[in-house]
Design a protein around this ligand. Structure first.
Ligand SMILES: CCCCC/C=C\C/C=C\C/C=C\C/C=C\CCCC(=O)SCCNC(=O)CCNC(=O)[C@H](O)C(C)(C)COP(=O)(O)OP(=O)(O)OC[C@H]1O[C@@H](n2cnc3c(N)ncnc32)[C@H](O)[C@@H]1OP(=O)(O)O
Length: 200
């Protein structure tokens, strides 16, 4: 086994350890059915101000779950008339990322594994559903599906993920200064970030 190609480590396993606990919905989480809105206007996944983005719209579900829709546009093609797999994975990633908000936890994707079960044509609405299954320390285990033909249609894509809880400093210290300064100057963005600080 070469160092450049290490084995898939137990450290990044997608299976929660035996002492993982059930996720807890924050008391101030929005009621089921409430749109979550974009966490950042320029986010590729959900930002309304991102012309190249997916414009995914997520709503709170029951417990620690969300539903979302993403419409596949011609700009999202891989093969002629079919969605690119990486774009579909991005939609799953964004949906899984938004579900952490219901626990009032900021988290980033550590590991994400996608199964592609059916091709997804351009103009299809992908009906996404994501939920947290377990929490272990800073690790959040979650799973998502994307269905076509309606919210109860066949599963076209699915994913399992581990997200890692981070502080807001993760973004402030690692993001490009230009965008961080702009985010800090946006009262809405600061309010969103503060919500995590006052309701840990
Ligand atoms: C006013 C300005 C405000 C600006 C803020 C703006 C918005 C903020 C609000 C919300 C935004 C939040 C999310 C966005 C939502 C959706 C978008 C989709 C999500 C993404 O697209 S996000 C981008 C891709 N993502 C990354 O860019 C991560 C890069 N990466 C790192 O930044 C580090 O790598 C990190 C932080 C992950 C860990 O680093 P670290 O040093 O903090 O943690 P450490 O190593 O100590 O691990 C602690 C425990 O996690 C386990 N662990 C570690 N790494 C793991 C892995 N990969 N897989 C599985 N488990 C892992 C260890 O095994 C240990 O587990 P144990 O405790 O059991 O030992």
């Amino acid at each position: 086994m070469s160092a450049a190609n290490p084995p898939s480590s137990a450290k990044t396993s997608l299976v929660p350890p035996p002492d993982a606990v059930a996720p807890v919905r924050h008391p101030d989480a929005p009621a089921p059915g409430t749109p979550l809105g974009a966490h950042y206007d320029l986010c590729f996944g959900c930002g309304g101000g991102q012309p190249h983005g997916l414009h995914l719209v997520a709503r709170a579900g029951e417990g620690v779950s969300v539903t979302a829709e993403f419409t596949v546009k011609p700009a999202h093609q891989g093969a002629p008339g079919l969605a690119h797999g990486g774009v579909l994975t991005s939609a799953l990633d964004e949906t899984l990322g938004s579900v952490n908000w219901l626990m009032h936890v900021i988290a980033v994707t550590g590991r994400l594994e996608t199964d592609f079960l059916r091709p997804v044509p351009v103009d299809t609405v992908l009906h996404l559903d994501a939920r947290v299954t377990a929490v272990h320390g800073r690790k959040i285990y979650s799973t998502a599906t994307g269905r076509i033909g309606g919210p109860d249609g066949p599963v076209a894509v699915r994913a399992d993920a581990v997200f890692i809880e981070v502080k807001v400093e993760h973004f402030i210290e690692n993001g490009r200064q230009e965008e961080i300064r702009a985010a800090m100057d946006d009262p809405d963005q600061v309010r969103r970030a503060r919500a995590f600080e006052v309701n840990p």
